[in-house]
Write a protein that binds this ligand. Sequence first.
Ligand code: DCP
Length: 242
Amino acid sequence: AARAGRVEFRNVTFAYPGAEAPVLSDISFTAEPGQTVAIIGSTGAGKSSLLGLLPRLYDAASGEVLLDGVPVTRLDRAEITQRVAMVPQRPYLFSGTIGHNLRFGKPEATEQELWEALTVAQAADFVQDKAAGLDSRISQGGTNVSGGQRQRLCIARALVTEPKVYLFDDSFSALDVATDARLRRALKAKTADATVIIVGQRVSTIADADQILVLDKGRIVDRGTHEELLESSSTYQEIVES
Ligand code: DCP
């Protein structure tokens, strides 16, 4: 099967409606299928805004965001959601069972598929521990599970849809370092052909990425692997040391 899920940003500039100053300026990078690209930078640097341009939460003011060579503005929403799954910074669970929440993007998913996704997302244990398992109720907004459990359920929900592109917006921050590492190892094995773009705060979350983009005030100020950036980027060194 043809590999798909190539993401390219070409000189992308973006400002929120009504705002004068751009939040993103001249962003260019490519993420190939099988690669992990990580984005790091201080709060307000524009990381979430950058991710949101791919599923068209917003559209670029200038430049192009391409998915498999086609500008996303020329794709319809269904084509994008089929190929791109985003786990937002504050992932949302709706009132219903865990099973309902996991099947949101793929109603026909089998129980086995749900358990596979939960296993990768390091969420199988706590769902198993609940008397009702997949039929356990989630309250509106997921307030009856912890922040880390909510993140893992939302990661599992993304996995169920088997997208070509995963966007993780700080999705591992509520996990302890060991769970974070296990989850990303399992994810890497399960999604070997997918394109993964991770926004991370913790260096351990992003250090093994194929390419790290250092974002500062809406611009990519440095890029490279962890080792390269340790040598070359004072901004990255500051983040590592903070
Ligand atoms: N912004 C805005 N309107 C929104 C969202 C953000 O005006 N609906 C502004 C606030 C910031 C800038 O855009 O000044 C960048 O916000 P991001 O959320 O993209 O920044 P980060 O994701 O890098 O920040 P954080 O690490 O805090 O999530």
